[in-house]
Every structure is written in structure tokens, then in C-alpha cells.
Ligand binder design. Structure first.
Ligand code: SF4
Ligand code: SF4
Length: 336
């Protein structure tokens, strides 16, 4: 079933959602002019293209409390701290719905549920917004992620209206006749043309075969280990945990989970002071192979959705696409 809503009615629709959900999350500029997802409070939305930072914060936050511990006599009470807020996210781009799918595979389907993730995921209604133009550095069309997946409603911009496609029952419940009218018009085109393209043919095989290709050293010599790439990436999930005492108490403590980064030497330090990936070359290669080879081999989907954020934010312009295309050109040694 398809509907139309006037663009001028979008704020009223978001206010209507605020009455139904604990949080309505939208794309907008932050204090530093970066674009990211944040709680709606009447601010101007950023709907031109994808945001600088992804919506990962609402599924895998940079910092989350996992457990609180309380000493009781000679033992401890352990309480998990689940985030049970009911959310609706408006304006996620199609590529990012694929990021959620890639994370679902790991955190819900493959090894059983990571409940800190799965509770947030199940309590969130996803309203995707189709791109009408390619974003800076994006290459979603090469990875088949330019059409949304697993969302509840899909909005298309169409002149002064949004055309809305209902995908699930949860989505249908949000169609309020005050703002939406039914339409039998054909679905608008969802075709975009990205400037960047990634040759994906045999990419896993070629990346493995070129483990010692000079491109890793050449590119990593510029890397600053700043971790901007992994922070902005919608699928990077590596983390570390830390226990902290509750200030002023000698009987209570809390466990936190923090996003970490494979681009830091410290991240690869294990017991006995052994650092298993000491060079930037090795860490950059790990990033690219995890995105385009290892994850797909383990879980059947790429961990890269082609959003291009890591390229945009990199201060020294290291590009996963350029690296991978260089390797692809070399192939198994036969292609030139
Ligand atoms: S690796 Fe880069 S292009 Fe791929 S999903 Fe992450 S940020 Fe986007
Ligand atoms: S953003 Fe660029 S410089 Fe920073 S860690 Fe990533 S690849 Fe290195």
C-alpha cells in the first residue's frame, strides 16, 4: 500500500510520533555543523544526503552501561542494564538499512542474541528515506545496497510531497489519515548513479592473494591512527569493556562497553604485552579485509555497505575503494 504526505506536514507527523514513542530520532546538524542522528525537538532536518555520522549510536552506542554490581553480604547482585526505550528513526538511508542487517547477522542470528543490541533493535521502528542523488564518496551501487532492506516505511522525495511505501505492520500503524492520503501512483524511481565504483568480482579471493601487495604499506604510511574511519563507519562494532566503582561507594560498581578501534595499536595488545598487529600496514589491511572478505566468508554478507563515510572523514584521504580497486586490477597476478 502506498501513500503521499506533504513535505510541509512532516514536522506534524514527527510530533505525532513523539506521542507514540519515547524517542523520535532524525538526521540534523549538531553544534559543530556535522550531520548526525539525534532526538527530534523541532530542529531543521538534514535531508539532502546521508549524514556524516551514522545511526549506530542508537544500536551500538559509543559508551553503554551493561551491568551494575552490588555487594550483598559475601556475594554480589548482578543487574543487566538494558536500554528499553521505544524509538522510531526517520531518514535512515537505504545503505544503512543494510548496515543494520549486517549487524543483526552477528548480534542476533549467528551466535544467539546480544541482548544489549537486540532489545534496542526490536524496539526501533525504521523509516528509511530513499536517496535521490549519490552522496560524496558513496559506492552503494557496487555493493547492491542502494535499495533499502528490513525497514518499516520507505519515503521517497517527490516534488513538494513524500511518496511513502508501507513495508510492515509496524509501519502501517504509523500511517495516520490526518497527514497521509492513499495513492495508486507508480513507485518513484530509486536509481542513483555513484561516482565511485568498486569492482567486486572475486574480491575476497583477490584480497587474500594480495596480502603482501605494496599498496598496504604505501597507503598506511599516511595513516595517523586517528580512528575517524572506524568511528564513522555504521558497521564497525569492535569494543572493549571497563569496570568502574560507583563514586563514593565501596560496595557498588558498573561495567561499561566502549567502541574501540582496530586502527589502534593498543587494541591488538594481549596478555604478556604481546601486540599481534604492530604495524599500521597490518591494521589498515585488517580494516579492508574485514569489510570486504572475512565477514562475508564467516556470515554471508559484506561488512561494508558502500556509504563512503570512512573516505570522507579520513584526514589524509585514504580510500578503501582506491585500495580495493588497485588490488582488483592486480587480481591473482594475471589481470593487469
Ligand atoms: S567501510 Fe567505509 S564505506 Fe564501508 S560501510 Fe564502513 S564507512 Fe561505509
Ligand atoms: S581515518 Fe584515515 S588516518 Fe584516521 S585511522 Fe582511518 S585510515 Fe588512518
Amino acid at each position: 500500500m502506498n501513500y503521499i504526505i506533504k513535505k510541509e506536514d512532516l514536522p506534524k507527523f514527527l510530533e505525532f510520533l513523539q506521542k507514540k514513542f519515547d524517542q523520535v530520532i532524525v538526521p540534523a546538524k549538531n553544534k559543530t555543523d556535522a550531520t548526525c542522528f539525534q532526538q527530534y525537538s523541532g530542529q531543521e532536518l538534514f535531508l539532502e544526503t546521508r549524514t556524516d555520522f551514522s545511526a549506530k549510536e542508537f544500536f551500538r552506542p559509543a559508551k553503554e552501561k551493561m551491568f551494575s554490581f552490588k555487594k550483598k553480604n559475601s556475594s554480589f547482585n548482578v543487574e543487566p542494564c538494558f536500554d528499553t526505550a521505544k524509538r522510531v528513526i526517520f531518514g535512515i538511508r537505504p545503505c544503512e538499512t543494510h548496515a543494520l542487517h549486517a549487524l543483526d547477522v552477528l548480534f542476533i542470528k549467528f551466535f544467539g542474541e546480544d541482548r544489549f543490541y537486540s532489545i534496542r533493535r526490536k524496539n526501533t521502528v525504521v523509516i528509511a528515506l530513499q536517496c535521490s542523488k549519490a552522496c560524496e564518496n558513496g559506492f552503494c551501487t557496487s555493493l547492491g545496497t542502494s535499495q533499502a532492506t528490513g525497514h518499516d516505511l520507505l519515503f521517497f522525495e517527490r516534488g513538494s510531497d513524500f511518496f511513502v511505501k508501507v513495508e510492515t505492520e509496524k509501519g502501517k500503524e504509523l500511517i495516520d489519515s490526518k497527514f497521509f492520503r492513499h495513492t495508486s501512483d507508480a513507485l518513484p524511481s530509486a536509481d542513483i548513479s555513484c561516482k565511485n565504483s568498486l569492482d567486486t568480482e572475486d574480491i575476497e579471493e583477490n584480497l587474500y592473494a594480495n596480502f603482501n601487495h605494496p599498496v598496504w604499506k604505501e597507503e598506511s604510511e599516511r595513516c595517523l591512527s586517528c580512528t575517524s574511519c572506524t568511528q564513522s563507519c555504521p558497521t564497525c562494532y569492535c569494543y572493549t569493556t571497563k569496570d568502574e566503582f560507583v563514586f563514593g561507594s565501596d560496595t557498588e560498581s558498573e561495567r561499561f562497553r566502549f567502541l574501540d578501534s582496530c586502527q589502534l595499536k593498543r587494541f591488538t595488545e594481549v596478555a604478556g604485552n604481546h601486540v599481534f598487529r604492530p604495524s599500521r600496514e597490518g591494521r589498515l589491511r585488517q580494516f579492508v579485509l574485514h569489510k570486504l572478505s572475512y565477514y562475508r566468508e564467516q556470515y554471508g554478507v559484506h561488512l561494508c555497505i558502500g556509504c563512503g563515510r570512512c573516505i570522507t572523514v579520513c584526514p589524509v584521504k585514504i580510500s578503501l575503494v582506491e585500495i580495493a580497486n588497485k588490488i582488483q586490477k592486480h587480481g591473482l597476478g594475471a589481470k593487469k
